[in-house]
Design a protein around this ligand. Structure first.
Ligand SMILES: CC(C)(COP(=O)(O)OP(=O)(O)OC[C@H]1O[C@@H](n2cnc3c(N)ncnc32)[C@H](O)[C@@H]1OP(=O)(O)O)[C@@H](O)C(=O)NCCC(=O)NCCS
Length: 478
């Protein structure tokens, strides 16, 4: 990279970091203590609209980077082409939700009575408003979600009629799609509601959808793995994760707390990852939140994205079958080398991160506290010791460290959830929090239809040749 571009990149990165570190400007605007999230947004949105409009007016022609041929062929890595406010990912530090690290979220977000992990309700509030909510505000979100949790009979019937062989993620995404029958945004759009009000209907659909996701997920789980037994009713006095765990059939208080942590940390990972980017793209066509989140779930179902948590457990299970439950480091090393002959090592590597994923670290800390002697956890720890140096030695792997998926399955297994095919559905329930919080803002800020320019290979070659000619005066090669 030329020197000028390098210093530009450094400047942008440091700005991004600074913005992340100070947190989101919305904080300064908070003046109300209402518990109604929509009212808080109603107060914040006009101010942020003004701030963004002023920024755009002043800097609309300011370049912020360059695009190389390598980036275009390389999955658009590092191209800064999206605005996504709810979270920002630093390659070394990991994710910050509206400026807060996972550790800070664990310390600052309200918890359930008797629980030690943050309530995802609070994380959603933080993502949507950039403010740490009070206990009353979180309780209000819990009540809203509990009140909106009922799902239409046609969705239940559809789920009950799916063949047992259909992957839980396909069932999940199909159910979310058909919920759009009741989309308030789709109706408002067809009733010609003004653009300035779009966000209000996106908000309503978002709250409805988040409320319904645990019930849908639990029906899928029970249909597939619990003989179709009923999920039971929502307890209006309990939090979202407690109800989810109960509907799934789990009552261990540590599992419930694990679910709170799981649903918090999987929610958002800035805007360029497959699921977030997909929902951002689809909703830019003004597809309603149900259609946009269903699309995101189809991306999450890919083995290089969310499905990796299932893949990790399948891979560790095969490891145990092959070399036993208490293998040596040397045996594990050989197993990893054998894997590399045919596939990637699941749970390791990342498109952006260059250090151990803090989502991995917080799950490891949970395991050290609650299941230090579990044999599978010990294997995960051995993998942490052995895999990075093997991947590092290959030379081409940019990040040899573990990601979130390397750990989650082992924790779920410990509490009895052994159905690996289901794990990505849990991820999906959580990911909806992030992409929907952003969708409210994307419509509030009036983001237009997303439509990047593509080039054919011939067109790209001609463009490069023309640029070379312009720069050097050389004739382009035929
Ligand atoms: C996440 C992932 C898709 C990122 O891909 P990426 O941004 O292209 O990663 P890199 O730039 O480091 O890839 C460079 C090369 O290293 C390989 N590589 C990356 N991670 C690897 C891993 N865990 N095991 C083996 N090889 C790996 C890539 O396949 C690629 O090889 P290629 O040039 O022959 O195609 C990749 O690390 C991966 O496949 N990990 C395993 C699946 C996983 O855990 N996914 C969940 C992510 S949260």
């Amino acid at each position: 990279m030329p020197l000028a571009s390098r210093s530009l990149a450094r400047l942008i990165n440091s700005k991004l970091r600074t913005n992340t570190l100070v947190g989101f400007q919305l904080k300064c605007f908070a003046s109300t203590q209402t518990t109604d999230l929509k009212e808080v947004l109603r107060e914040l949105i006009p101010k942020e609209q003004k701030r963004v409009a002023a920024f755009k007016a002043e800097h609309k022609d300011t370049p912020i980077g360059q695009v190389t041929v390598d980036m275009i062929y390389g999955g658009m890595r590092s191209i800064k082409g999206l605005v996504y406010d709810t979270s920002v990912l630093d390659a070394n530090e990991g994710i910050r939700f509206r400026g807060k690290t996972i550790e800070e979220c664990q310390a600052e977000l309200p918890k359930a009575k008797g629980g030690e992990e943050p309530l995802p309700e609070g994380l959603f509030w933080l993502l949507a408003t950039s403010q740490i909510p009070t206990q009353e505000q979180v309780d209000w979100v819990t009540r809203e979600w509990n009140n909106r949790a009922d799902i239409p009979q046609h969705v239940v019937t559809m789920l009950n009629n799916f063949p047992a062989q259909l992957h839980p993620m396909s069932q999940f995404s199909a159910a979310i799609t058909v919920l759009n029958l009741n989309s308030k945004f789709a109706k408002a759009y067809s009733d010609n509601v003004p653009k300035s009000k779009y966000w209000e209907y996106i908000y309503e659909d978002s709250m409805d959808l988040i409320a319904k996701l645990p019930t849908i997920a639990a029906i899928i789980y029970r249909n597939l793995y619990r003989d179709g037994t009923a999920v039971g009713a929502i307890d209006p006095k309990k939090d979202w994760s407690w109800n989810f765990a109960t509907m799934l059939g789990y009552d261990n208080k540590y599992f419930i707390d694990l679910l709170r942590l799981y649903l918090t940390i999987h929610s958002d990972h800035e805007g360029g990852n497959v699921s977030a980017h997909t929902s951002h793209l689809v909703s830019s066509a003004l597809s309603d939140p149900y259609l946009s989140v269903a699309a995101a779930m189809n991306g999450l179902a890919g083995p290089l994205h969310g499905l990796a948590n299932q893949e990790v457990l399948i891979w560790i299970t095969k490891l145990v079958e092959k070399i036993g439950i208490t293998p040596t480091d040397e045996q594990i090393k050989q197993y990893v080398l054998d894997t590399l002959k045919t596939s990637v090592v699941p749970g390791f590597g990342h498109a952006v991160l260059r250090k151990t994923d803090p989502r991995y670290t917080c799950q490891r800390e949970f395991a050290l506290k609650h299941l230090p002697n579990d044999n599978l956890f010990k294997i995960v720890s051995q993998l942490y010791k052995v895999v990075p140096s093997i991947l590092g030695d290959i030379g081409k792997v940019k990040n040899p460290w573990p990601n979130v998926d390397a750990h989650s399955g082992v924790l779920l297994q410990f509490y009895g959830m052994k159905e690996m095919n289901f794990y990505t559905v849990l991820f999906g329930v959580s990911r909806a929090l992030g992409v929907l919080a952003q969708m409210i803002w994307s419509r509030a800020l009036g983001f237009p239809l997303e439509r990047p320019k593509s080039l054919s290979t011939d067109g790209l070659m001609a463009l490069v040749a023309a640029q070379k000619k312009a720069a050097t005066g050389d004739k382009p090669k035929a």
